[in-house]
Ligand binder design. Structure first.
Ligand SMILES: [Ca+2]
Ligand SMILES: [Ca+2]
Length: 193
């Protein structure tokens, strides 16, 4: 009797231990699986965000090319603003005079572009102390912006006439911040001369 009781105790102990190990194994598996799924979701989200950023940037480049081809503003009326150093102060999507345009091929994407002739805008664009001086003649700038949802990006390019009234050659390019308060933007420093 006593021996049978002992054997039963041993069997119960073994079952308890097996149950505990099984529970631990399941808990560990769940932790590993949830960590893995969180990682996969984060990677997918990051990939989608990067892809969207690239699309918005491509739209800004398209708007720049479109505006530069005729040197006219698109979706913007009025004069571009400059700070005291003659640097352009880009308008935001909600600024007066801005009516965002759309691309038929890019649903949900909006853009506008500002074209300015440095030689006749009454401002000292190149910061040499004189407005519309000889150094500003034949120089044109285009500021182009695109946005999709909360993502917005801007580009500024400067062009110079090869001869008076002649073909334009691009002399600089840089990514510019989108006016705060209207969209989230990014600032870049790439520039070529
Ligand atoms: Ca000047
Ligand atoms: Ca000027």
């Amino acid at each position: 009797m006593r021996r049978q009781g002992r054997q039963q105790d041993v069997r119960c102990g073994e079952r308890g231990m097996a149950l505990l190990l099984c529970t631990l194994f399941i808990a560990l598996t769940l932790v590993v699986l949830s960590t893995l799924s969180l990682r996969i979701v984060a990677q997918a989200h990051h990939g989608m965000w990067a892809e969207k950023e690239a699309q918005v940037f491509a739209a800004a480049e398209a708007a720049l090319a479109l505006s530069a081809s005729s040197m006219t503003s698109l979706g913007f009326t009025g004069a571009p603003a400059y700070d005291t150093a003659g640097r352009s102060v880009p308008p935001g999507f909600g600024a007066p005079g801005v009516t965002p345009q759309t691309f038929a091929a890019m649903p949900g994407m909006e853009y506008f572009a500002v074209a300015a002739a440095w030689g006749s805008d009454g401002l000292d664009n190149n910061g040499d102390g004189a407005a519309d001086d000889a150094g500003e003649q034949g120089v044109h700038a285009v500021l182009a912006f695109a946005r999709s949802g909360a993502l917005a990006r801007g580009i500024e390019a400067v062009f110079r006439e090869q001869a008076a009234g002649g073909a334009l050659a691009q002399v600089s390019w840089r990514e510019i911040p989108v006016a705060p308060g209207t969209e989230e933007g990014t600032t870049g420093t790439a520039e070529t001369e």
